[in-house]
Structure formats: C-alpha cells, structure tokens
Write a protein that binds this ligand. Structure first.
Ligand SMILES: C[S@@+](CC[C@H](N)C(=O)[O-])C[C@H]1O[C@@H](n2cnc3c(N)ncnc32)[C@H](O)[C@@H]1O
Length: 354
C-alpha cells in the first residue's frame, strides 16, 4: 500500500513548499535525502522560502522542521545528507552548518556519521584585506539506524584506479630492493630490551608478514617495538598500545586498499545558460548517491533548485523526487532533465507559491 502511495511522487519535480509536500510522503519510503537549503539571509530567491528569517535561530528552527519530516520519510537503511553554507554578519563568521548539525543530533534520533568537506577548487574571491577566502563547505551525513547502506568501494572509485596505477608503477620500480624488506626490524628487535621469548615471537611474526608481502597478499606493514618506537596515542582497550605493552611489539598490515577520506575536491559548478544562483556540483552528488544508495532506490531533494540531485539520480539509475518553492526553478530543472532523456511527464505542479 505504501509502495503505491510513494509511486505517485516518483521521478517528479514538485513545485511547492517542501514542508507541506513532505507531509504527504509516506513514512519510511525514501532511501536518500540529499539537499542544500538556501543560505541564511542570502536573498537569492526573490525573497520567498527559507533563508529570509530575521535571526539565525529562526532559520535553524525552520530547517529543523523540514529535517524532522526528512527523518520520518526516510527508510531505516537510508541517510540524509545536508550541505549548508556559512555566513559572515558584521565581520563575524556564524558557523551555521555546525550549529544546525548539533541541533539535529540533539533533537532527532539520528547519528552524524560523517562531515564530508567539499574543497572548492575555484572558490568565489572575497575581496577582504584581512580575511582568507572561504573555500570549503560541509556535507553532513546523518543516518537513522546502524543498517544504513554504505557502498564505500563505490565512493570516488575513479581515484582508486589512479592510485592503483601509481602503486603498481612504484612496485615495479622497487622490485630490486624488496630483498631487504624488514631487515631493519630484525636489527631493532635484537637491539631492544624485549625478553628472549618476546624477541623470538616478534621475529616469527615478522617473517610471516614479510612472506605475505613477497607473495603480494599485503601491500606492506609497519612494526612498533617497545622502548624503540614511540607509543601510539589514545586507542581502544585491547588496541595497539595494549598489545605493545603486553607482547613488546605490534605489527600493522597494510592491505593496499585506498583509504576513503572525508574530503571531496570539486570546482564550483558553472552551467551554460544557468539561471540558478547556487547550483551544487553534480559530480559530488553522484558520489554520495553511489555511496549511500543502490540502483532503483529513491533519492529526494526538498530544495532541488536547478535539479542537480534529480539529474544525478536519473543518470545513475535511481528514482528521484525534487521539490522547490520556485516555479521558475522547477521549470528550469525540468528542462535540464528533458535534456538528458525522455522525461516529458516529469513536472508535476502541486502548488505554485509566489
Ligand atoms: C541552494 S538552492 C538549491 C540548489 C540546488 N542544490 C542546485 O544544485 O540547483 C535552494 C533552493 O531552495 C528553494 N527553496 C527555498 N525555500 C523553500 C521551501 N520552503 N520549499 C521548497 N523550496 C524552497 C529555493 O527556491 C532554491 O532553489
């Protein structure tokens, strides 16, 4: 039954107030909500909608109302990604994204699993003698349960291919010097104050990881020996520090899988003939869609603007639902969607508000 009620929203750009439209969407029906609400007091959007509040508190409260609906419509396995811009008022940076994220984790049963920083490769210049140019924005990933979809290998995997090439070139270059792998560690074990038994075990384990490197099972390893290397900071009970204290050494295997970092570099989007002042990069949105959904899933953007989220979702074989208060932007989003495929039925004007 829920399936049929969500189906009327699928692959539509809906013109109206997102709080009102969201209230019509059934519980637990959306896989990913990804969006960028208007900046606080930016006055970009003809004075309508969110962003025109008198105070930051009112602005955050309004966003929280929408966020509450997002949590309700989200499936248990889903996630919500909010990209929020910051603002200087009277020369003071307000830290709005962080105030919002803190309030969200206070008010709703969600977990903030990552803050992914978008590093802008071509930030807008800010002609201020005594301020650096703001060139980053956060994308917060919130989840509703531990069962959230997280396709880590799919995130930025084109960069992994480059790293893979680099690694194999490095490997080829260093093949001659592989004979001496680990030699320095044998010397260090001998020079250490470990007991004879600890030294014996350390050497046995060392020989084993060297074999794994030679057989190509692991990329490399790092060893820490008590009294020789500095101890790791912090860590969990039963972690590396504890191991070094107990057995006198620890070995960490490097599996060669690229690390997935919480940063994404991309230029600010420049679209030909663009009429929208704040388009976010399709490239970034695609990466989040690949990370947080599977094919056929439903992606919703309550502030869809020029339609970037809908376009990214459609190109990746996901369903989309886009909402925007501006009829002008809804039409623009629809035209962009039309350009990428036969989607002539994709605009559904629920309500036009000026
Ligand atoms: C920052 S823009 C989104 C841009 C979009 N990410 C893109 O790539 O084009 C925010 C959008 O929210 C819309 N908006 C503002 N208040 C709204 C509301 N209450 N309901 C729906 N849309 C709203 C504005 O019209 C604007 O297009």
């Amino acid at each position: 039954m829920q399936e049929s009620s969500i189906s009327k929203f699928l692959d539509k750009i809906i013109c109206g107030d997102s709080l009102k439209i969201l209230k019509e969407i059934p519980n637990d029906s959306i896989d990913l909500i990804i969006t960028s609400p208007p900046y606080f007091q930016q006055r970009d959007y003809e004075g309508i909608g969110i962003g025109n509040e008198r105070t930051v508190e009112e602005y955050i409260d309004n966003l929280l109302c929408i966020f509450g609906e997002c949590v309700r419509v989200l499936k248990k396995s889903g996630s919500i990604v909010f990209n929020i811009g910051d603002k200087y008022i009277d020369g003071n940076l307000l830290l709005i994204p962080y105030r919002f994220a803190i309030e969200v984790t206070r008010k709703f049963r969600v977990k903030l699993v990552n803050e992914v920083t978008w590093i802008k490769l071509n930030p807008t210049p800010m002609p201020h003698e005594k301020k650096l140019v703001p060139s980053k924005e956060p994308f917060f990933i919130f989840v509703k349960s531990k069962e959230y979809v997280f396709n880590k290998d799919k995130f930025l995997n084109h960069l992994d291919l480059f790293k893979e090439m680099e690694r194999s070139m490095r490997k080829q270059k260093s093949n001659g010097s592989r004979k001496n792998i680990g030699k320095k560690y044998f010397d260090l074990i001998d020079a250490s104050s470990l007991t004879d038994d600890q030294k014996k075990k350390a050497k046995e384990e060392l020989l084993e990881v060297i074999r794994e490197v030679r057989e190509g099972k692991i990329e490399g390893f790092r060893m820490k020996i008590k009294g020789i290397h500095s101890m790791p900071y912090g860590g969990q009970e039963g972690g590396r520090k504890l191991k070094i204290e107990k057995q006198g050494y620890s070995i960490i295997k490097i599996h060669g899988k690229p690390m997935k970092k919480d940063i994404i570099e991309a230029p600010v989007e420049t679209l030909k003939g663009n009429i929208h002042p704040a388009v976010y990069p399709e490239y970034i949105i695609k990466e989040f869609i690949k990370l947080l959904t599977n094919e056929g899933d439903i992606v919703l953007d309550p502030f869809v603007g020029s339609g970037t989220t809908a376009i990214a979702a459609k190109k990746l074989g996901r369903h989309f639902i886009g909402i925007d208060i501006s009829e002008k932007y809804c039409k623009y989003a629809m035209n962009r969607l039309l350009e990428i495929g036969n989607s002539s039925d994709n605009v559904f004007v629920e309500e036009v508000i000026y």
